[in-house]
Design a protein around this ligand. Structure first.
Ligand SMILES: [Mg+2]
Length: 271
């Protein structure tokens, strides 16, 4: 992976004369990872930058997160943004919201699983099960690291204990296990779908960028490998990733966003 800001000259060339689709993950990308996910808030200054960007012609911004759509919209309340929550299983585009239809029937089972996990996980101080409607997040950010493996084994045993539970998919994120219905849909599919919508409306050729920090973002990097730019937010650029570029922190992400904004503004002034 190359450092994006160090390669800015080249990247800038690719943006010229094209409209830009910007896909942004939230936690770890727009905000730092914090102990309590409820405290991962965007500063007013960063909100302002995003708000100004959504008003620029030739620039579409979507925030794609593992958080529930409702939670995401509360954290980034910016009109004009496209939102995708639960890794793309639910989204808001324009005035409408939609949900991946097949996941609805799994909601009661996820509720049941959340209840079933309560007692066995109670002795693990620092674990917290979040029911996000169509997925569950089991956060273990605050759990002692030597207890993680035992907790994981308990979780897997419970998932194996019933045939319907065992159909659910477990994905590992940063200090979180994500439990999802077995549907063929992820952040990558969401990006493909949104790009198809954008292409239908586009007047100029577009260039797409996806910025994310976690494993679930790799699906989206794959999609953009041929037709866009994947940017991983990481302190360890030597670790394997499908992304071509990296940024070190949300701070650097906003330096990049500001540059994209300046570029679009100049273009808006001298079209
Ligand atoms: Mg993230």
């Amino acid at each position: 992976m190359k450092h994006l800001l160090a390669s800015w000259g080249k990247v800038k060339g690719g943006l010229k004369g094209r409209s830009v689709n910007l896909f942004l993950d939230y936690d770890g990308t727009l905000t730092r990872i914090v102990r309590n996910p409820a405290e991962a808030k965007l500063s007013p200054k960063r909100q302002k930058l995003l708000r100004e960007m959504t008003r620029l012609p030739g620039l579409k911004i979507a925030v794609i997160s593992g958080r529930s759509l409702r939670n995401l919209r509360k954290l980034v309340p910016i009109p004009g943004l496209i939102y995708a929550g639960n890794h793309g299983l639910e989204f808001k585009l324009g005035r409408g919201t939609a949900i991946y239809p097949e996941v609805l029937s799994w909601k009661p089972l996820l509720r049941k699983l959340a209840r079933k996990l309560e007692r066995p996980l109670r002795p693990f101080k620092g674990i917290w099960v979040e029911n996000k409607g169509v997925t569950l997040s089991i956060h273990y950010r605050c759990l002692l690291s030597r207890r993680i493996e035992t907790a994981r084994k308990i979780l897997m045993a419970i998932l194996r204990s019933r045939q319907d539970f065992s159909k659910l998919i477990v994905r590992k994120g940063k200090k979180v296990w994500e439990i999802q219905p077995p549907v063929p849909w992820d952040k990558g599919h969401m990006v493909i779908w949104l790009l198809a919508q954008a292409e239908e409306l586009a007047v100029t050729p577009s260039f797409s960028i996806y910025i994310g920090d976690d494993r679930t973002d790799e699906d989206a990097f794959k999609v953009l490998k041929q037709k866009g730019l994947g940017i991983k937010v990481t302190r360890h650029p030597s670790k394997a990733s499908v992304a071509a570029y990296y940024l070190r922190s949300p701070h650097e992400v906003f330096i990049f966003l500001k540059r994209v904004k300046d570029l679009r503004e100049r273009k808006a002034r001298n079209p």
